[in-house]
Design a protein around this ligand. Structure first.
Ligand code: NDP
Ligand code: GDR
Length: 373
């Protein structure tokens, strides 16, 4: 879906940055890594609504990976209307990051890209560190050198930090709680956190760490526990599946709605000074409680369907995350709008509808009923 080499904006940007008085005022420009992910899609919608031009870096894959943003994509040939543009790059490729910064000339950079699955990070630790930790410093360094060469010192940088960094530190976790990461993913996020702090202190870069607790939505990846559960509820409800294999049901998480959390990212970049903020609902529930609400909502009993499978237990678990987001509430004026039950029901509603559509395909012979997410 991205144009092969989409440099269509370069001309108008050059005009806007040094052009004549007849040039219309330049819209604010955001650059997002990880735009095809859950948060990238919500952040793009949010920024487009605020009047931004949004540029997303997408990585090459053998299949299209833009499902979450297809609904807001406008063909770049329609240059009057297309305010979201996509470009190929990768957090493993420093030259691509610098090149797009120089071409796009963003005002705000949101680094959301990551190998974001905690359990998978034990399987591919080296790759996870390369993208999550080194990827962050590649992007920070690209921003720093871009500013040094162009003088565009007003650029603001957001780093997607995670509550996983707290690991075994007991709740409630706030900005002053110590990090004790329990996975290669979490350790890599700690490195990215400190790279960001270091670039702020060393180069006076406006750089913020958002320490976000788990946030979910109907766009959540299907191998995270919440979506895995709501997908199964939908499929069980329409008769496409009977069992759901899960790991540790006693882990407790502070689950919010992704649509609420992207606003906090933006708010961090609108303050006078850069800082780090915890973003959380301040309410925690176990995986088992999530099962109760999700299955109960459609009149099913989770115990009739859930089977514990050891393969989903992690070498080291994070037992209990519950954030203290009082700083974000006080300084940013942010608070979550969607509560736990509302979130679970929103996800189940969407996944029941999705399962109904799958059932039509299965009944018509276009899809295998056993093709589970
Ligand atoms: P997703 O896994 O949904 O999205 C990750 C994004 O990163 C995708 O767009 C993915 O591309 C992209 N990506 C992966 N590897 C690379 C790479 N090598 N180069 C460029 N892009 C890459 O994550 P979320 O949207 O849920 O999370 C966004 C960020 O916030 C992540 O950094 C995550 O670690 C962090 N975070 C998430 C929380 C949550 O609860 N959701 C909580 C705290 C932090 P593709 O679509 O091609 O796979
Ligand atoms: P998490 O999310 O590790 O918190 O990371 P995930 O949904 O993967 O796990 C939450 C808890 O559920 C337990 N669990 C299972 N998890 C998965 N994925 N699959 C299962 O079958 C299963 N059974 C039980 C896990 O053990 C865990 O305790 C998410 C990601 O979005 C990170 O990128 C982000 O940084 C953190 O949230 C905050």
């Amino acid at each position: 879906m991205a144009s092969e080499t989409d440099t269509s904006r370069s001309g108008s940007i050059a005009a806007a940055n040094g052009g004549d008085a007849s040039t219309p005022p330049r819209r604010r420009v955001a650059l997002i890594t990880g735009i095809t992910g859950q948060d990238g899609s919500y952040l793009t919608e949010f920024l487009l609504n605020k009047g931004y031009d949004v540029h997303g870096l997408i990585r090459r894959s053998s299949n299209f990976n833009t499902q979450r943003i297809n609904h807001i994509y406008i063909d770049p040939h329609n240059s009057q209307k297309a305010r979201m543009k996509l470009h190929y790059a990768d957090l493993s490729d420093a030259s691509s990051l610098r090149r797009w910064l120089d071409t796009i000339l963003p005002d705000e950079v949101y680094n959301l890209a990551a190998q974001s699955h905690v359990a998978v990070s034990f399987e591919i630790p080296d790759y996870t560190a390369d993208i999550v930790a080194s990827g962050a410093i590649r992007l920070l360094e690209a921003v720093r050198s871009h500013i040094s060469d162009t003088g565009r010192s007003h650029i603001r940088y957001y780093q997607a930090g995670s509550s996983e960094m707290y690991g075994s530190t007991p709740p409630p976790q706030s900005e002053s709680s110590p990090f004790h990461p329990r996975s290669p993913y979490a350790a890599s996020k700690c490195a990215a956190h400190w790279y960001t702090v270091n670039y702020r202190e060393a180069y006076d870069l406006y750089a913020c760490n958002g320490i976000l607790f788990n946030h979910e939505s109907p766009r959540r990846g299907e191998n995270f526990v919440t979506r895995k559960i709501t997908r199964a509820v939908g499929r069980i409800k329409v008769g496409l599946q009977s069992k759901l294999f899960l790991g540790n049901l006693q882990a407790s998480r502070d689950w919010g709605f992704a649509g609420d959390y992207v606003e906090a990212m933006w708010l961090m970049l609108q303050q006078e000074k850069p800082d780090d903020y915890v973003v959380a609902t301040e309410e925690a529930h176990t995986v088992e409680e999530f099962l109760e609400v999700a299955f109960g909502y459609v009149g099913l009993k989770w115990k009739d369907h859930v089977v514990i499978d050891k393969r989903y237990f992690r070498p080291a678990e994070v037992d209990n995350l519950k954030g203290d987001s009082s700083k974000a509430r006080r300084v940013l004026g942010w608070k979550p709008k969607v509560g736990f039950e509302q979130l679970v029901k929103m996800m189940v509603d969407e996944d029941v509808e999705l399962a109904k559509r799958e059932k039509v395909l299965v009944d018509a012979g276009f899809m295998d009923a056993h093709q589970q997410p």
